[in-house]
Design a protein around this ligand. Structure first.
Ligand SMILES: Cc1cc2nc3c(=O)[nH]c(=O)nc-3n(C[C@H](O)[C@H](O)[C@H](O)COP(=O)(O)OP(=O)(O)OC[C@H]3O[C@@H](n4cnc5c(N)ncnc54)[C@H](O)[C@@H]3O)c2cc1C
Length: 469
């Protein structure tokens, strides 16, 4: 529980109604889309950079940790206040501040939902490309925190490739501008350091994002396969043939069945897997792209390639893909979303091995993922209330990440480390690497108040210790 003095100080900054400290309220901010819970001591709703700075300064005075929270949709426990303290809820800082079409950039507050950002840019003829499947509920600040990806990131790059500048409140309450509107800034690329730092280096309160023209046209295809091997081989074949579609997503049979049971999007129930492939660009070139990719799919074993005939058919395919995690949640009490990457050429072998892990641990593991990026999301289904199953799931998840690393990939494609993958960091980072990253953390946050307990495995944290690096 927060001290009454801390609560008074927070209320002095954001107003009485914008601080929660009652048990049930706190419970609601003690979990995210990962599997563990820990109540904060207080929640503060902020509306401006000044309020964020004031709340952070109050936390410093009381020596209390704080964690920024957007939509709370992250899958690695990033917003769990593992050491207690204050959750700083950013969701009311949700305005699009400026569309600067001539300079291809827009300025927005971090609590703006990713989809809403897109909806507000569209009438100007522009779009923001990173598009996590959670885009209805995920905020720009959370996208920055996790360096989020999404279906379009295969062709266009992840969040870090689209953020030009950030206004941030540093962990001691000072306000800094990182990057900016100009194409490059002298000195270290601190914008790049901040993106993906999972709230551990401070809180961003404004985002300058790259925007691009909406494409003249798009076409969406569904390639249907009777074998997962054939579907996954097609992914590399498309890229090797010089085609880079806007999206290249994969869903297997169990996911399709869950999607059809809840959303009825028209996916075939009897196939092993599907690829959802979208091409974009000049209208005159779309048919050529569709033709080439369809032939490649058929040459690699697709039993059928369907092309969406209109917006409604296209929307149905995307409703199924974007709704897949939610649909799977209807068929199981809990699931662990693994998030590893492999070189896309290794997709056939890693999917075969994930199936072996599923057998070995006697757990169902459907797959829905960003195939073009080699970014896997095996979903390990289980019941969190069953302790023995929990242990099996964690072992299976670790084994999948080990496989990814052994195949030349890594332990996170887009969901971050959070608290989920603290130990897994050692699978892909040397001691020197982890130490160098911790020194960056210490330079920004010597008192270790900004989202402590995330990213760094324990012994390394103790080696470097606290205080200025
Ligand atoms: C159904 C579903 C589908 C998903 N699909 C995708 C996907 O396709 N691609 C993908 O990459 N992810 C996906 N995710 C994961 C998640 O949606 C993303 O990580 C998203 O960007 C998190 O946004 P959020 O607003 O919910 O952030 P939160 O969960 O609130 O926070 C995430 C992290 O960012 C930090 N943070 C939040 N706001 C700020 C801020 N203003 N300044 C600094 N740090 C901040 C937090 O402290 C935390 O560490 C999915 C999740 C779900 C539940």
């Amino acid at each position: 529980m927060a001290s009454s003095k801390l609560v008074d100080d927070l209320r002095a900054v954001v107003g009485k109604a914008n601080v929660l400290d009652a048990g049930l309220d706190l419970q609601l901010y003690g979990y995210d889309a990962y599997l563990v819970e820990r109540r904060p001591d207080a929640v503060a709703f902020v509306h401006s950079t000044e309020e964020v700075a004031g709340v952070v300064r109050a936390c410093n005075r009381h020596g209390v940790p704080f964690v920024a929270r957007g939509g709370g949709t992250n899958l690695s426990g990033g917003t769990i206040p593992v050491k207690g303290g204050v959750v700083i809820e950013m969701i009311r800082m949700n305005k699009l501040l400026e569309v600067d079409a001539a300079n291809l950039r827009a300025r927005a507050q971090p609590g703006l939902f990713n989809l809403e950002f897109g909806n507000q840019l569209a009438p100007h003829g522009y779009q923001y490309l990173p598009d996590p499947a959670s885009q209805k509920a995920a905020t720009l600040g959370g996208n920055v925190g996790e360096n989020s990806g999404g279906p379009h990131c295969f062709k266009y790059g992840v969040t870090t490739n689209h953020i030009l500048g950030l206004t941030v409140v540093l962990p001691d309450g000072e306000v800094a501008e990182l990057g900016g509107k100009a194409p490059d800034t002298p000195g270290y690329d601190l914008t790049g350091v901040f993106v993906g730092s999972e709230g551990t280096l401070g809180i961003c309160t404004e985002v300058v994002a790259r925007i691009v023209r909406l494409p003249e046209g798009v076409k969406t295809m569904l390639a249907i396969y009777d074998s997962i091997e054939a579907g996954s081989q097609t992914v590399s074949a498309i890229v090797a043939a010089g085609m880079i579609p806007a999206t290249l997503e994969m869903m297997d049979q169990l996911v399709i069945q869950a999607v059809e049971a809840s959303l009825k999007c028209g996916f075939p129930l009897d196939c092993a897997t599907v690829l959802i492939i979208e091409v974009d660009g000049l209208i005159d070139d779309l048919d050529r792209q569709v033709q080439t990719i369809s032939e490649l799919c058929q040459a690699h074993g697709a039993r059928e390639v369907r092309v969406a005939k209109n917006d409604a058919e296209r929307a149905a395919l995307w409703a199924g893909r974007r709704g897949a995690f939610g649909a799977v949640a209807r068929i199981t009490p809990s699931y662990l979303v693994c998030d590893g990457t492999v070189p896309r050429t290794a997709l056939p072998v890693v999917l075969r091995k994930v199936a072996e892990v599923s057998k070995k641990y006697d757990l169902q593991i459907p797959n829905v993922f960003h195939a073009g990026d080699g970014n896997l999301h095996p979903l390990i289904l289980f019941d969190w209330r069953n302790k023995e199953q929990q242990e099996r799931v964690m072992k299976a998840g670790t084994e999948i990440l080990e496989l990814c690393v052994a195949l030349g990939g890594t332990i996170s494609g887009e969901h971050g480390v959070g608290i989920e993958k603290l130990d897994a960091m050692r699978l892909c980072c040397s001691d020197a690497d982890i130490r160098a990253q911790l020194l960056v953390k210490r330079a920004f946050d010597p008192a270790d108040l900004s989202n402590p307990g995330k990213i760094f495995p324990k012994p390394a944290e103790q080696e470097v210790g606290h205080g200025r690096a």
